[in-house]
Design a protein. Structure first.
Length: 270
């Protein structure tokens, strides 16, 4: 009887281990609500051609190589720096937004080992995480530290894999990563109107400090078209989008003087 009971318990535990985690499911649903392109699911289905992140390493660099070829072939006139920053930003934005949203709006932070990002027409499109129990912390500073640890491992490994393929400069990579983190924080800020601008600035500085990219990006204050105070990214690196035949300088491009950036932001109907 003991052997039968032990076998039954073992089978039950094994079945439980492969069930979707309820806390992780809630976080994924929350992220998709704030950023509809951030469609995540739990599982381990084979995803050919996906960008994969293992324990401290990027698995299957062929997917990164294909990503680089796609953007180099699509816009040869934009140059090597455009391709490098484009691929770097695309590879990291989903896990960054996921972790920032989770840290601020839930008590659970996903683990990123095993993350897979399918690529469709040069764009990472949604993601898959292995079923697991996410990290938990009651206090926001603790969740930021947990999330930063996960992101630092993923971003460092992705950068190591990408740098031999493209002209990705370390400082530019830091700055684009910082911009992505603060962009995610601005999205969170819009869903938490009680969070003041000074607090957002301080939290943003903490995120970048925890990630080892302090000073890579910041915020500037301006008045929106309706006169209300607002924050925008004070970017430190140009993405070179304007070098594309169909491109132009972004509204917050660091190559534009501040008054022109504000004018563009105020003219934006969104």
């Amino acid at each position: 009887m003991r052997a039968e009971a032990s076998a039954h318990d073992s089978a039950s535990m094994q079945a439980w281990a492969y069930e979707p985690d309820a806390d992780l499911a809630r976080v994924l649903k929350l992220a998709a609500r704030l950023a509809p392109a951030l469609r995540g699911e739990q599982g381990d289905a084979p995803l050919p051609g996906a960008l994969r992140h293992g324990d401290g390493a990027v698995c299957g660099t062929s997917a990164l190589q294909a990503l680089c070829r796609h953007w180099a072939d699509a816009y040869p006139e934009a140059g090597a720096h455009y391709v490098a920053l484009r691929c770097w930003g695309l590879a990291i934005w989903q896990p960054i937004y996921l972790c920032v949203i989770a840290a601020h709006l839930d008590t659970n932070v996903p683990r990123l080992a095993g993350l897979a990002q399918p690529v469709v027409d040069g764009f990472p499109s949604g993601f898959q995480l292995p079923m697991h129990t996410p990290l938990k912390a009651a206090a926001l500073p603790s969740r930021i530290r947990l999330a930063a640890d996960e992101l630092r491992i993923l971003c460092d490994s992705t950068r190591r894999a990408l740098m031999p393929m493209v002209a990705l400069h370390a400082r530019a990579a830091d700055r684009l990563q910082a911009e992505c983190v603060l962009g995610a924080l601005l999205l969170v800020h819009r869903s938490m109107p009680g969070l003041g601008d000074a607090e957002v600035r301080a939290i943003g500085e903490d995120w970048l400090l925890q990630l080892g990219i302090a000073g890579g990006c910041g915020f500037f204050a301006y008045r929106a078209r309706d006169g209300t105070p607002a924050l925008a990214l004070d970017r430190k690196v140009c993405c070179h989008y304007f070098r594309r035949h169909d491109g132009e300088k972004c509204s917050t491009c660091p190559k534009l003087p501040l008054d022109k950036r504000i004018a563009r932001l105020q003219a934006d109907p969104s």
